[in-house]
Design a protein around this ligand. Sequence first.
Ligand code: SF4
Ligand code: SF4
Length: 226
Amino acid sequence: MIVGEQKSLEEILGLLGDAKKVLVAGCGTCVTVCFAGGEKEVGILSSALRMKSELDGHPIAVDEVTVQRQCEWEYIDPLKERLAEYDVVLSLACGIGVQAMNERFPNIITLPGINTTSLSLPVEQGVWEERCQACGDCVLGITFGICPIARCSKQLMNGPCGGSQNGVCEVDPSIPCAWQLIWDRANMFGQMERLLEVQPPKNWGQSRDGGPRKIVREDLRLTERE
Ligand code: SF4
Ligand code: SF4
């Protein structure tokens, strides 16, 4: 899931500037599941903004809304009619939701209330670990299901760096060495020889450098009937 963390109240107040009426908009999907920007967090943050702005002598009127998904037009379109009431929107969605709001409703600024951090797995209650960096050319099929892009501190593609000690990464002992994990999985399946094949340079052309990526599925597009 997409994971984020709420910005500090001070930073949010700084972003809000002189706004007197704010709509705090949550998202009911990823950021709800990671407890950063769902209905509950919208309520708590809104209360905090009301109290703090009152104490600071510049009270802000704060309304709340949470849509099912802030990253799809059909879910945010119903907000259109009410946006004219507000000076700004404060979104608690991920960066995609914030941009969707700004793109769909260009006449009002939507500010980010969370920092979008990663594509992560909730490994236990309250702990999310990064598992994918959306590199666009997935190598999990040759690394036994463990991602060296997201999980090796040096993003090594052909085995470990040599600094791993007792299964942990030399960069940070709290991180398991990704290549140790890969080797252990290969060993479990008796396929270590597959890791001895030197992999060619990875195709980074489908990764994040070089501008925003785009997927077009012609079979799914709505076309006019002739
Ligand atoms: S190889 Fe790329 S697409 Fe696959 S899990 Fe890792 S970062 Fe994500
Ligand atoms: S110790 Fe392992 S995870 Fe850390 S940088 Fe080296 S190979 Fe990557």
